[in-house]
Write a protein that binds this ligand. Structure first.
Ligand SMILES: Cc1ncc(COP(=O)(O)O)c(C=O)c1O
Length: 366
């Protein structure tokens, strides 16, 4: 049996006619930049995120970059974040000229250890950027307390966690801004790249809106230097088709995760820990296993898709060597990088497929 890590063809088969009609509508209109589809998507994403404002962007990366630029974070500033994330989080901090300051992770959730954030604050700290990894939000309350005390911004990297909640509050709605990615593998994925910033801060919204179009307002008058961070209307059209399915897809992922959890009970497989304050959307179902690299190789040999998110923590990446971090500095992130692996959890998986994943894995580990 072939079981990919994610089967976008299975999803597309069910919504193909709707997607083609929506894309065709954009093409017929020839509104190829901005326009009603982008505006409608912004309105709807703001709504489902319990936020007043949203700004569509060309990617999740550009959402983060735009948020940092709009908050005027740059040279001489520090931004506290996690070393256990996708490159984009830390890459954007460095690209605006700020210094990424790492705080180790909570080994249960893999999110930033919120209890250690206060110790990392200096007079240069301008923002905290927690990442809601794998679909589960970081422990936001202690983070917001630190931010309030020191009057610093919080940018939620919610790229993997649209609609997930913490104490009943939506991802992106707790901090100063939240950033989503519509990369095709996300729960709400486009047919290419896309992203969005959500916020309740009117000033930030206005700046981010202008920033995504080279800081231009009115046209050809530039108060500050922005970029081309615009969301493509063809992506917006496809995302609007997919949006009504999002909750159902996330629920199906939760059911698949519960199925796996039960099958792994009493085995050496450490299943995901979900904070009782959180509802996760399981963008990834991530386990810890002994002999991880051998297990990954075995599953791949047996045509089962799996992936390591992420094999090298950010403080040990070559491009961040200038920060002067060493092996051992963030032990939990380093340990997780050696032990975690993601299994297929996409909505269209059948019980037979999940059984095959479990049996192939357990028969190898003995
Ligand atoms: C945690 C995290 N941050 C940022 C991004 C960047 O998003 P994008 O790939 O849309 O630029 C991603 C997704 O790829 C991500 O997983």
């Amino acid at each position: 049996m072939q079981i990919p890590l994610l089967d976008l063809k299975a999803q597309y088969a069910k919504i193909k006619d709707e997607v083609l009609a929506a894309v065709s509508e954009v093409l017929e209109s020839q509104r190829c930049i901005g326009g009603p589809k982008v505006e409608e998507l912004e309105k709807k994403i703001a709504e489902i995120s319990d936020c007043k404002y949203a700004v569509g962007t060309s990617s999740g990366t550009d959402a983060i970059l735009n948020a940092l630029m709009s908050l005027e974070i740059g040279e001489g500033d520090e931004v506290i974040t996690t070393p256990f994330t996708f490159f984009s989080t830390v890459g954007c901090i460095a690209r605006v000229g700020a210094k990424p300051v790492f705080v180790d992770i909570d080994p249960r959730t893999y999110n930033i250890d919120s209890m250690k954030v206060a110790d990392a604050v200096t007079e240069k700290t301008k923002a905290i950027m927690p990442v809601h990894l794998y679909g589960q939000m970081a422990d936001m309350e202690p983070i917001m307390e630190v931010a309030k005390k020191h009057n610093i911004a919080v940018i939620e990297d919610a790229a993997q966690s649209i609609t997930s909640t913490y104490k009943g509050r939506k991802a992106g709605s707790i901090g100063t801004a939240g950033c989503f990615s519509f990369f095709p593998s996300k729960n709400l994925g486009g047919i290419g790249d896309g992203g969005m910033i959500v916020t309740n801060d009117e000033k930030l919204y206005e700046r981010a809106f202008i920033m995504r179009n080279h800081g231009s307002k009115p046209k050809y008058y530039h108060k500050f230097i922005g970029g081309n961070f615009r969301l493509d209307p063809i992506q917006a059209a496809a995302l609007l088709v997919k949006l009504p399915y999002l909750d159902g897809w996330s629920e199906a992922r939760r059911k698949n995760a519960a199925y796996y959890n039960k099958k792994f009970e009493g085995t050496v497989v450490q299943v995901p820990y979900i904070n009782p304050d959180c509802v996760t959307i399981y963008n990834q179902y991530v386990i810890r296993v002994p002999r991880r690299d051998e297990v990954v190789a075995h599953l791949k040999e047996n045509n089962i898709g799996c992936e390591i998110y992420y094999p090298v923590p950010m403080h040990l990446q070559k491009c961040f060597a200038y920060l002067g971090c060493r092996e051992g500095d963030f032990g939990e992130a380093e340990k997780a990088a050696k032990e975690v692996m993601a299994l297929p959890v996409y909505p269209e998986l059948t019980d037979e497929m999940k059984d095959c994943v479990v049996e192939t894995l357990l028969s190898f580990l003995g």
